[in-house]
Design a protein around this ligand. Structure first.
Ligand code: UDP
Length: 235
């Protein structure tokens, strides 16, 4: 296997499937099946999940809500998604732990780095909920932060597009995909991979990011096996 320990970042919106909001149980089950293939090969899997399918702090703020209040709601939304994914993983037969950056002890373990690493070594999937635990951050930042902390080999950012393009492929038919791109080129070309805070943190810590299409079955395992899927951002 090319990677021993990965951090998989899934957006909240990915969980919606064809719905307008909320969680699609079929999509959840599909993701759990993809994760199981990888775990069965002995790769350690940590997951950071977003909350955009339920709530975004920025959306609240644009409607006049206090931003911090909205961000708290967003972080709680990631815990809800984390619980849903934990349930789906367990249904698929994968032992799974949810650790939250916000103390919510009846619902999830607190985030404890050493404990998370121990779970991973035992073959358990660890889902990190609650983002970074701080307002004004995103779950992309949480993904990079946790990946560095647990010494993951790579961040796999599962999206609905199959990589990073010269322009938005959903708007520009002439857009072409990169197989590899450097952190510097992403910045100079103004390409959107993650928000700047998350992206810079990844660059400074030399943590590669692979953007790939998580909705194509088999992509995750192929990546772990070393196939060139999606776009790899590296130094
Ligand atoms: N959030 C936050 N701090 C964090 C992570 C998330 O305040 O460290 C809040 C923020 O309001 C964000 C929401 O949680 O909009 C949901 O996360 P995100 O937008 O990153 O989810 P995704 O786009 O991946 O679904």
């Amino acid at each position: 296997m090319k990677y021993n320990r990965i951090l998989l970042k899934l957006s909240g919106e990915a969980l919606m499937g064809d719905r307008q909001y909320g969680i699609d149980p079929k999509r959840l089950a599909d993701y759990a099946a993809e994760i199981k293939q990888v775990v069965d090969q002995g790769t350690q899997v940590a997951v950071v999940i977003g909350g955009g399918n339920i709530f975004r702090g920025v959306a609240g703020a644009s409607n006049g809500m206090d931003r911090v209040q909205g961000d708290h709601m967003g972080m709680l939304a990631t815990v809800i998604n984390g619980l849903a994914l934990q349930s789906a993983c367990e249904d698929a037969g994968i032992p799974t732990r949810l650790q939250s950056a916000i103390q919510i002890n009846e619902v999830a373990e607190p985030f404890i780095r050493r404990k998370a690493m121990r779970h991973l070594e035992k073959g358990r999937v660890v889902i990190f909920g609650g983002g970074t635990g701080n307002p004004y951050f995103t779950t992309d930042s949480a993904a990079v932060l946790r990946a560095i902390e647990i010494e993951a080999d790579v961040i796999l950012k599962g999206t609905r597009v199959d990589g990073i393009y010269t322009a938005d492929p959903e708007k520009d038919k002439n857009a072409t995909k990169f197989d590899f791109i450097s952190f510097d080129d992403v910045l100079t070309k103004g390409l959107k991979v993650m928000d700047t805070t998350a992206f810079t943190l990844s660059q400074e810590n030399e943590l590669p990011i692979i953007v790939f299409d998580m909705n194509t079955p088999g992509n995750l395992i192929k990546l772990i096996q070393g196939e060139s899927i999606g776009t790899k951002v590296q130094l």
